[in-house]
Design a protein around this ligand. Structure first.
Ligand code: EPZ
Length: 419
């Protein structure tokens, strides 16, 4: 297993290219199952989760041809509509094949993903939504079987609360359902919008993209399309905080600033100076230094849960206190004890964590527990005095492309080695 070793205390300065967003790429890849014509994706990041999704699609019978910076997904000869436990348990986003498979082939059998480190994360909304589109659902032996031998039919579904994955699954399924589907209280995350735009390029008829209600007119078949994966706002937000925590100065290329409005509002209140560039943003810590700010995670356009762990690392060295409240997942504070090992002063009370800024963190051996927890430890390590060893970095490899290379190019002293 790999570990990452960081010598803290070096300012970051330079330009960081932002990769395509993992959380956009995964549903986009699943969307290839909706058509017998090829889907070409560019700006696809090279990450462990992308390889897992490729393996899943290949075992369904999808041909994948990746070359010259583009990957072509050809689902003309799908011969298996079962998504096995072994792949689904490795990556929850595997459940995104459920909607496309049942919509195009009238049947799908997908393993239930089970819980994960950040919470129980059920898929009940995915299932209820498909039932509203006429699918018969059976839960047996740890699998969900969806069948609609005569195809799905349009329907209305009001999400009781916002779910990114269920919105994506149902939106994909509805593109091939007979008649109109209206989905209300949908997720508005930029990754959902990116998927909707790709589906439109494939010939789907979707109104209300970017709003909380989507009206989808089903079509008989979808066509081939080419789509570039949107830049990763979470990766960009992570590097913006890396700049701040090292009193540095970075330019992030390939991200849309408006996807980070809530994050940049919080960071500006914390003392960062953020400017727009022609293809991204520039970020530096202002002369007044870093101040504590309160943050609450919310669905987009609110502050993303996927940056909560990272802002906690940042706040741990801010002047004053910060109250960080997590409203999306019930168990997403596992980075707290690890940050504490580096000297952070954090008290968790239910869904809120009170972070009292300390003058300095110190390097330690720490263990990554999930993807974003891992990146918060990397941020803390960049600022800490001395050496930090982050173990179990396979979590990090699920979502950050070439992270050591990108940070080292800006002056971080960081290396990967075998444990
Ligand atoms: C997506 O997960 C992201 N993953 C997550 O990113 C992200 O944290 C999350 O959205 C919230 O923004 C991908 O896009 C691949 P949800 P998803 O359905 O779709 C509950 C990362 O670090 N829920 O919006 O699984 C659920 O338990 C990851 O990159 C149900 O109860 O999230 C959670 O509490 C981690 N029933 C809340 O809703 C359901 O059927 C929001 O989950 C579905 C969800």
């Amino acid at each position: 297993m790999d570990q990452i070793v960081i010598e803290g205390g070096n300012r970051l300065s330079g330009k960081i290219p932002v990769s395509g967003a993992k959380n956009a790429a995964l549903p986009l890849m699943a969307a290839c199952l909706l058509s017998d014509k090829p889907l070409t994706l560019t700006n696809l990041p090279q990450l462990a989760d992308i390889s897992t999704m490729s393996q899943l699609l290949e075992q369904h019978g999808v041909q994948i041809d990746a070359s010259n910076g583009a990957a072509v997904f050809d689902a003309a000869d799908v011969d298996n509509t079962v998504a096995p436990y072994d792949l689904v348990r490795r990556m929850r986003a595997s459940v995104l094949v459920l909607g496309p498979l049942v919509a195009r082939f009238g049947e799908a059998k997908v393993s239930l993903p089970g819980g994960c480190a950040i919470g129980t994360r059920p898929v009940d909304l995915h299932i209820q939504g498909l039932e509203h589109l006429g699918a018969e659902i059976d839960l047996d032996g740890g699998y969900v079987t969806a069948s609609a031998p005569n195809g799905l039919t349009g329907g209305k579904f009001i999400f009781p609360f916002v779910s990114v994955g269920a919105t994506e699954n149902l939106m994909m399924a509805a593109t091939l359902a007979k008649g109109e589907t209206v989905l209300s209280n949908v997720a508005r995350e930029p990754e959902v919008t990116d998927l909707a735009e790709c589906l439109v390029a494939m010939g789907s008829k979707i109104d209300g993209i970017g709003s909380d209600t989507l009206a989808i007119q089903g079509v008989d078949t979808l066509n081939s399309a080419e789509h570039s994966v949107v830049g990763d706002r979470i990766e960009a937000g992570t590097y913006a905080m890396a700049a701040a925590i090292t009193d540095g100065d970075v330019e992030l290329a390939g991200v849309k600033a408006e996807h980070l409005d809530a994050v940049f509002r919080a960071l500006a209140d914390a003392g960062l100076e953020i400017g727009k560039t022609y293809d991204g943003v520039s970020v530096r810590l202002g002369k007044g230094g870093l101040k504590g700010v309160d943050v609450m995670t919310e669905p987009f356009p609110g502050f993303p849960t996927d940056l909560q762990a990272q802002i906690m690392a940042l706040m741990s060295v801010a002047d004053g206190a910060a109250m960080i409240t997590e409203t999306i997942f019930e168990n997403r504070f596992m980075h707290v004890p690890e940050l504490a090992r580096m000297g952070a002063n954090v008290n968790v009370h239910g869904a809120s964590a009170l972070v009292r800024g300390v003058d300095r963190l110190t390097g330690a051996e720490v263990m990554a527990t999930d993807l974003r927890a891992s990146s918060s430890l990397i941020l803390a390590a960049l600022a800490a005095m001395g050496e930090t060893v982050v173990r179990r970095v396979y979590h990090l490899d699920r979502g950050y492309e070439r992270i050591e290379e990108k940070l080292a190019a800006c002056g971080a002293v960081i290396r990967r080695e075998k444990e």
